[in-house]
Design a protein around this ligand. Structure first.
Ligand code: NAP
Length: 285
């Protein structure tokens, strides 16, 4: 019998996850099928109950349900608790267990392109929303030379820092909170700058999250956005000699990690990335 997998979100009509996962099932000869379910806010509890009744083997969770889903699950793993959001659910003998693969997905994609070890790098994270929580957790857990967060609303950056420290007794990284002005004035200090804000995302493609006129040579600019594939910020960075990295790798890797949790099998991540790229009609960077 086919095992059923899916995505819960709203809207989901443009999701690339079904294509990516169904291709992996086919490639690996697994009897699995993945479908995107459009579930409106307010209908989440019913949808989760229906998934249980249908004995779905697992599912992904996307906007706007990543936080709200947590109260309807039987168990949440420590990393997802620390991030404060779930993007992957595994059905383990009828118990729904929540995970978050966004942070690790981002980290493995970033590690493919960094020119020097992260542990020797000064890292700046722009933004303090849901994606930032996952990115900061993964990067801090990995270990870096220094880690700073800046955001329009600084209080949210401080919340991420406090949340991380509350969960982690051994601090792998010290997290500094800096104002946007400070970050911009010291931009030449950073080896890796990660944009987790939505600034620059289609249709507002002219926006940039921070000025990068004075970046150091060979800095890595990583933008979680993949629509457009090359944001204006990445374009400007490339013109200034930066190594640029978009959000496609993160998207494919978080999907691959979810697939692994559901099936115990590591899919072909390069193929997954290629499928997403083809769907978006461009080349990865
Ligand atoms: P979110 O929770 O809504 O956070 C949005 C962030 O952007 C906050 O830091 C917010 O600042 C900032 N922001 C929004 N508008 C702004 C403005 N006009 N000026 C300054 N700052 C602004 O969203 P999210 O879920 O973290 O997603 C953020 C981005 O990551 C999106 O572009 C999303 O597509 C992308 N993403 C990509 C992947 C992937 O797989 N590649 C996965 C997840 C997310 P305030 O706190 O001050 O409001």
């Amino acid at each position: 019998m086919n095992k059923l997998f899916g995505l819960i979100g709203h809207p989901v009509s443009h999701s690339m996850s079904p294509l990516m996962h169904n291709d992996a099932f086919k490639q690996l000869g697994i009897n699995g099928y993945y479908h995107a379910f459009d579930v409106q806010e307010g209908k989440l509890e019913e949808a989760v109950a229906a998934f249980k009744v249908l004995n779905m083997s697992g599912f992904n969770v996307t906007i706007p349900h990543k936080v709200a889903i947590m109260e309807f699950l039987d168990e949440i793993d420590e990393e997802a608790k620390m991030i404060g959001a779930v993007n992957t659910v595994v059905n383990s003998n009828g118990r729904l267990i929540g995970f978050n693969t966004d942070g690790r997905g981002f980290l493995s994609s970033l590690l493919e392109i960094v020119p020097k070890p992260l542990i020797e790098s000064n890292v700046l994270v722009l933004g303090a929303g849901g994606a930032a929580r996952a990115v900061v957790t993964a990067v801090a857990d990995h270990g870096v030379k220094t880690l700073a967060i800046t955001n329009r609303t600084l209080k949210k950056a401080t919340e991420i820092k406090n949340n991380y420290y509350n969960y982690k007794k051994s601090k792998n990284a010290q997290i500094d909170i800096v104002s946007l002005q400070e970050a911009e004035a010291n931009i030449g200090v950073y080896d890796i700058i990660i944009n987790t804000t939505s600034l620059g995302m289609s249709p507002n493609i002219e926006e940039i999250p921070i000025s990068i006129d004075h970046i150091k040579p060979n800095v890595v600019l990583s933008d979680l956005i993949y629509n457009p594939l090359k944001t204006k910020w990445l374009q400007l960075g490339e013109e200034n000699g930066a190594i640029i990295h978009n959000g496609v790798g993160m998207f494919a890797m978080q999907g691959a990690l979810a697939f692994e949790k559901w099936t115990g099998i590591t899919p072909d991540t390069a193929r997954m990335t290629k499928i997403v790229m083809n769907q978006l009609g461009g080349k990865s960077c």
